[in-house]
Design a protein around this ligand. Structure first.
Ligand code: ADP
Ligand code: MG
Length: 728
């Protein structure tokens, strides 16, 4: 056995759970490292506090003079908590988070020093940001960008650093991050949804989108992960024969959590409590060593920040527990991959969940309005939603042999299907009083308030209604939720704007009553968006064929899927709502196709290296042992040796055959890479990597995995699937 594998295994076997201490009551530490309302009340003047709260609620600008007061209060609070540094914390288009720490410490005249943090430093910073992806927005002569404080997401202390959530924009105004368009989309949905919600309740002044994500991940022992170059560099295995036992016994899902893992989770959750991330649920997932963590839902901007923060904290806590977290959507072939369900809904300033059915027909009409508009929006922009979750790693789920498919559809369950079928039959034009009573009592009134029926759940649907929220399940586990949430908010906002126009027109031109008009428009929407509704099995070929007939897109790869992001329709949508302009959209597309090409390039290199430097030499060594054996047999048996050495000779040949196939595959793959690299058009390059380079991965892997089965286990240098997945 290679020394690395041997060392990794023995370290793993000798691991003891790392002890953790937890507070008796989590509520006592919740948010104590967050500059929340409680801390603000204590450290800010009344006026400063009011101005932050107004900025959060109404989006008003914070005056520079007030900002000076706020920064001073924030600094005092942070220092009282042991912070020495501050950073503008932002989410560049790499999808990760970025930070550059500055000390509060400053020198003043006379060789003295003070702790300082002014309003200017709170409100705006200029990180030397030329190394962040910008898709050509920032030319070298205008290579500056700046970060600006986002008061809607509270500052927090992580370690000894005060982190201030910020947006990241170019000096010319274009967004260079994921947060800016998200905030703009939240504004759009607020406006559009508030206007519609006022049909039902005049007191609604604001609507926020809510998000509850569910983060799936794998935990692998640190030493084992380090002994695998593919896991270390690409976050997934590029080869490895499947283990004799995988997930076929279904014995991991919701099973008892191993102590080592549980201690990791407890430690992680304590960190989350301090940071105000309201984590609530933890459990084993379907695949061995796969787990899930979910919080209580929050306002979407905060929830997105919390998910980004969480992923970072997960990595850090894992180090203490000798684990490596794999966020990749498909770290292991042959067993389940990971997703990040995005549970989404709309909540009013009056405390109503607009996607929650109510106890009266009127409340249910409101519910149906938002419910049907969301379905219509998904129907209109299904391809854009698919694009919003496209990435090299998520391609292993969508469009590969894993639910959900690359086809976007909406699952609503049998109860609501019946309701929509009834509504569709409503006669057009004004409704008679009888009809209305009938409708309200027997259709709308029939929707039960609580619909969380667990039996009526379709696990293969990419976009499912689950009782009081929609669950966008196709989002990948590595994703920054800002992207899909921006698109979902945008398409629903646009839809609600159109809806309001249509209803108002019927009221004004046809003299219809408000609810008549609403029924009339909803009925048409139900008809128009029928093709997007699918209650069946999303896995099968049958659905692919059916979806094609319905005209739904089925973009199985990222370069293909991303095209929808730069379509005329998408640009029109984002420009109309003021979320992104054409330059920003095209820049993002450029960044994403380039990132795709780079990821496949990196994986191709890793696979080539492992196959050539680990697998082939090991196979040759084993082959030499066999040759030695055959020689010995020949010595003993003379001319009749072939009978006793037949198996060995067959093995020798098989090994040569696999080695040859591997080498041919790698050479061809390298040729294709070279060709792809000469392409200056990034989209073309991405397509080349997708269609020409990537197909060799499977071929090379196939022969490597065959060799893994043939070669003496003692010699095999890489930790095997059974070791990666079943050591606890
Ligand atoms: P599951 O989907 O696994 O059965 P739940 O339905 O209990 O689990 O909830 C999953 C996630 O949905 C949780 O993160 C929860 O906070 C979130 N969620 C619940 N209600 C809403 C809502 N109104 N808006 C957004 N997310 C929500
Ligand atoms: Mg769920």
């Amino acid at each position: 056995m290679s020394t690395l594998r041997f060392k990794a295994l023995s370290e793993t076997f000798n691991r003891k759970p790392v002890p953790v201490t937890e507070p008796a009551r989590r509520s006592e530490i919740f948010g104590d490292n967050v500059f929340n309302e409680k801390a603000m009340r204590q450290y800010l003047t009344k006026d400063s506090y009011k101005s932050v709260m107004e900025a959060i609620d109404k989006g008003t600008k914070i005056d520079r003079g007030v900002a000076d007061h706020i920064s001073t209060g924030m600094k005092e609070w942070a220092i009282s908590k042991g912070a020495t540094h501050y950073t503008h914390w932002f989410q560049p288009l790499t999808g990760a988070t970025a930070e550059k720490h500055d000390a509060f410490f400053e020198t003043v005249e006379g060789g003295l020093a003070i702790e300082k943090f002014g309003g200017g430093q709170l409100v705006q910073q200029e990180p030397d940001a030329s190394s962040f992806p910008n898709g050509g927005i920032r030319n070298t002569f205008e290579a500056r960008g700046y970060t600006a404080w986002d008061p809607t997401s509270p500052a927090f202390i992580y370690g000894t650093t005060l982190c201030i959530p910020t947006v990241f924009v170019a000096y010319t105004g274009e967004a260079l991050d994921n947060k800016t368009p998200l905030l703009r989309s939240l504004q759009s949905i607020d406006q559009a949804a508030t206007a519609v919600a006022k049909y039902f309740d005049k007191n609604v002044t604001k609507v926020v989108a809510t998000l509850g994500w569910e983060q799936e991940y794998f935990l692998i022992d640190k030493s084992l992960a380090a002994a695998r170059p593919d896991i270390s560099l690409a976050g997934r295995t590029l080869l490895g024969h499947s283990s004799a036992k995988g997930q076929q016994l279904d014995d991991h899902y919701f099973g008892s959590i191993p102590t080592r893992v549980l201690n990791y989770m407890r430690d992680l959750e304590t960190e989350c409590m301090h940071l105000g991330v309201p984590v609530k649920t933890r459990h084993n997932e379907v695949a061995p060593n796969q787990f899930e963590l979910a919080p209580i839902f929050e306002e979407a901007n905060l929830a997105v920040d919390h998910n980004s923060l969480l992923m970072d904290v997960m990595d850090k806590v894992a180090e203490r527990h000798n684990f490596k977290v794999l966020f990749h959507e498909k770290p292991f072939a042959g067993i389940n991959g990971s997703g990040k369900h995005n549970n989404w809904s709309l909540a009013t300033s009056t405390g109503v969940n607009l996607l929650g059915p109510g106890s009266t027909p009127m409340k249910n009409l409101q519910f149906l309005t938002f419910f049907i508009n969301t379905i219509k929006a998904v129907n209109e922009y299904e391809e854009l939603l698919r694009a919003s979750i496209a990435s090299a790693s998520n391609d292993h789920r969508l469009g590969a042999n894993e639910a959900p498919p690359a086809i976007i559809s909406v699952f609503i369950g049998s109860q609501l299907t019946e309701v929509l079928d009834e509504l569709e039959k409503v006669t057009s034009g004004k409704l008679s009083p009888q009809e209305k009573t009938e409708l309200k009592l027997n259709v709308v009134g029939k929707i039960p308030e609580i619909m969380l029926d667990n039996t009526d759940r379709n696990r293969t649907s990419p976009f499912a209604f689950t009782g009081n929220k929609f669950e966008f399940r196709a989002v990948g586990s590595t994703a920054n939720c800002a992207n899909p949430m921006t698109v979902l908010n945008a398409v629903v906002a646009k839809q609600l704007v159109d809806f309001k126009k249509e209803v108002d027109a019927l009221i004004a031109n046809k003299k219809m009553k408000k609810d008549d008009a609403i029924f009339n428009v909803l009925r048409e929407y139900i008809k128009q968006s029928k093709r997007i509704r699918f209650e069946g099995d999303g896995y099968g070929d049958a659905w692919e064929k059916e979806a094609k007939k319905r005209g739904l897109s089925n973009n199985k790869t990222t370069p293909l899927a991303l095209k929808a992001k730069v379509s005329k329709k998408a640009i029109a949508l984002f420009e109309e709502l003021g979320i992104l302009n054409k330059v920003e959209i095209e820049a993002r597309h450029e960044i994403e196709v380039e990132e795709y090409a780079k990821r496949i390039q990196i994986e191709g290199r890793i696979l080539g290296d492992i196959a050539r430097n680990h697998v082939v030499p090991t196979a040759i060594r084993y082959q030499n042992i066999l040759i030695e054996n055959v020689r010995g047999l020949k010595e003993i048996y003379g001319t009749s040796f072939k009978k006793v050495a037949a198996e060995q000779m067959h093995l020798i040949e098989s090994i040569s055959n696999h080695i040859e196939k591997i080498n041919v595959g790698i050479n061809k793959m390298i040729d294709e890479r070279k060709k792809a690299n000469t392409m200056t058009d990034m989209e073309k390059r991405a397509f080349a990597y997708c269609d020409k380079v990537k197909p060799y991965f499977e071929e090379i892997r196939y022969h490597c995995d065959k060799l893994e089965l043939l070669v003496d286990d003692e010699l095999w240098p890489l930790p095997k699937y059974r070791e990666l997945l079943f050591t606890k």
